[in-house]
Design a protein around this ligand. Sequence first.
Ligand SMILES: [Zn+2]
Length: 84
Amino acid sequence: MAEGVARARGAESFRAELCAVTERIFTVAVPKRKMSRSNTRSRRSQWKAAPLTLVTCDRCKARKLPHTACPECGTYAKRQVLDV
Ligand SMILES: [Zn+2]
């Protein structure tokens, strides 16, 4: 009987601990109020398009996006990786 109670308490404390850990992991900040239209629009007024960064292909000297295979000659890191 006493053993059963101890085991039940163990499960209870384990559950409490699990709840505390879960709460710590999944607790996120939640905004208290709706953001005003003005604030939203002020924030969005700073969004702007950035100019593309282009690099020159080692083999064919074409302009291409960095860290991508060259669309002109199909090489990446001096290896042929695309059928062109
Ligand atoms: Zn190229």
